[in-house]
Design a binder for this molecule. Structure first.
Ligand SMILES: C[S@@+](CC[C@H](N)C(=O)[O-])C[C@H]1O[C@@H](n2cnc3c(N)ncnc32)[C@H](O)[C@@H]1O
Length: 271
């Protein structure tokens, strides 16, 4: 086992914060040491200082991408914080959709991890529009910084246990049983989600149009307050007037420091 010194940890934590916004507290030192062991061995680094030198000297982005795959927390599951989905189906869509003149509904799952959140949104949209979906663009944009979770999301294969929280109707309409233990998202659902790698810390957000709803749930818990506030300001800029921001239940916005209006726990609206 290669051990990490507090100084080495601080250098890596500072790099992670600067590039990805993720705030690694001192208490995460052992966790980081464990998660990076294999990477150090693969790269032939004898110490964390050597690894850090390799990290900062790599200009290709590959070293950072490998690091991010190791240090992000990607825990997610189908039907997480289900009241958001109910609100989206029963309030957001009926309120918004009739106001859209160009049949273009733009939903973004920012920090989508292994895909359960955007696929759920896509199922709600399919159910909501039904046969009337023709002519509409309702594709969900799903982004994450980790290429590893995006690969899983794009594969769209989930275990029996993972799909067990889904309503039976959805499972039969949008999934196919692959074998005794796995289910795969069917083509109809798969084509409704566009997965892309995107770092929320990027200074430029390359979106041509603003979003009607942004889901950024359980992502900002890993950021410190200034980073979180800067991100919320960016979300504000790219939310359509009348559009919504959904965050995780432990991530409420400071109401004195945002123009989003509070609607219900972890749901905000740009008015
Ligand atoms: C805990 S998961 C949340 C998944 C889902 N939104 C949910 O609520 O279940 C957090 C995700 O945020 C991603 N993430 C962390 N920092 C990021 C950044 N700077 N840019 C984009 N995604 C990031 C992680 O890779 C991880 O997959």
């Amino acid at each position: 086992m290669i051990t990490i010194t507090p100084r080495e940890f601080r250098s890596i934590a500072e790099y992670v914060k600067r590039h990805y916004g993720i705030h690694l507290k001192e208490a995460k030192m052992t966790l980081v040491m464990g998660r990076l062991q294999q990477l150090l061995q693969q790269k032939g680094c004898a110490s964390f200082s050597e690894y850090y030198d390799y990290l900062v000297s790599d200009k290709s982005g590959a070293a950072g991408a490998l690091l991010v795959n190791k240090i992000t927390t990607n825990h997610t599951f189908f039907m997480r914080e289900p009241e958001h989905f109910t609100f989206f189906r029963d309030q957001v869509l009926p309120g918004l959709v009739p106001t859209l003149k160009d049949k273009d509904l733009r939903i973004w799952s920012a920090g989508c991890s292994t895909g359960q959140e955007p696929y759920t949104l896509a199922m709600i949209l399919q159910d909501y529009f039904g046969k009337g979906q023709a002519g509409w663009d309702t594709k969900v944009l799903a982004t994450d910084i980790s290429s590893q979770v995006l690969d899983t999301a794009m594969a769209g294969v989930y275990s029996n246990e993972q799909v067990s929280t889904l309503p039976e109707l959805w499972r039969s309409a949008y999934f196919q049983k692959r074998n005794r233990v796995e289910w795969a998202v069917n083509d109809r659902l798969r084509k409704e989600v566009i997965f892309r790698r995107f770092n929320l810390m990027d200074s430029v957000y390359p979106f041509r149009k603003k979003f009607h709803a942004i889901f950024c749930r359980n992502v900002m818990i890993y950021f410190d307050n200034p980073t979180k506030e800067a991100l919320i300001n960016k979300f504000w800029e790219i939310t359509e007037p009348g559009g919504y921001l959904f965050v995780g239940h432990s991530e409420s916005l400071n109401r004195d420091r945002t123009d989003y209006r509070y609607i219900m726990p972890a749901v905000y609206r740009k008015e």
